[in-house]
Design a protein around this ligand. Sequence first.
Ligand code: PLP
Ligand code: COI
Length: 358
Amino acid sequence: MLTFSIEKTDTPTDAKKRAEWLANPVFGRIFTDHMAIIRYSEGKGWHDAKITARKPLSIDPASTVLHYGQEIFEGMKAYRGADGHIKSFRPEANAERFAASARRMGMAVLPEDLFVQAVDELVRIDQDWVPSGEGQSLYLRPFMISNEVFLGVKPSTEYLFIVIGCPVGAYFGSGAVSVWVSEFFTRAAIGGTGEAKCGGNYAGSLVAQAEAKEKGCDQVLFLDARERRYVEEMGGMNIMFVRNDGKIVTPPLGGTILRGITRNSIIRLAADNGIEVLEEPVDIEEVFSGAASGKYTEAFACGTAAVLSPIGKLRRPSGEAVFGNGEPGPIAIKLKKILTDVQSGRAPDKHSWLHDIV
Ligand code: PLP
Ligand code: COI
């Protein structure tokens, strides 16, 4: 634990303006007034923890992050619960994954309790920014950049850890999303950085995401890099399929996909509700033939930003796979309700996933 010095902003957002923004928050465009920041230097360790006004960073042009991309981040949410208190969802799991990402990228490892503390401190000072509407929350973006002024290629000796927050509503509009299957671009190979939540993975995915958009789809789906045959995950979400035997199947964690916290939560909540989730390789050909034959009845995306978003169809150059009638399916709707009821405090928190902040 470190003690955070608190430097409140001199220019807080006008309450009326904030209320207008909170009524209809657009994902990732509006930010709270403050940020949490902690510095790391080799020899000195983590130090200089503070809450300060959210403002631009001053970075030396030779800072390592600008050249070699040592950057990792997390995505998590805090909710205004049914009891009026603000709670975050499974922050320890984000802290653990952040540490794993840091190790993979050769970066300094932030102690997990300090990660949670920094997020809590920011939410506490910006608590008026946590919206209370249906499907709304405060999205938190903890991230870390390397910041040594040096052009040699080696792990940095200096790091900046920062948390910013933005009020958000739904990531996708209503209805089912459409997904483009990327047959050329892949996201991650065995031994690569696929399991780390590093900015570079997203940089590499953007051309495929742009292709998806051009093809009229909301998101891109990546296949394995070796055979381009097995489903991996989407640009910013994990994926699950519902079969007509009532079971759900999702690609296994094997080092190339992100260990989604929503994925893990859904697997556990599904089990609580008598629905088995198989973590098995999913062959894209079987998905296309199974959607046509009725074996695959539903598909959905899961992630912090997307929560649980039903997928109506997959599209690829040779055709489409439409699940059911292309509308959100009953299992996806049911699981979304079960998950969001826990997150918002409407249902009992049997797994102790909610973390009290204020
Ligand atoms: N996969 C990718 C590539 C992601 O960016 C995300 C979002 O964070 C996920 C999966 C889902 O992870 P989580 O449920 O922990 O948000
Ligand atoms: C998240 O869900 O937190 C992500 O990082 C994914 C991105 C699409 C916003």
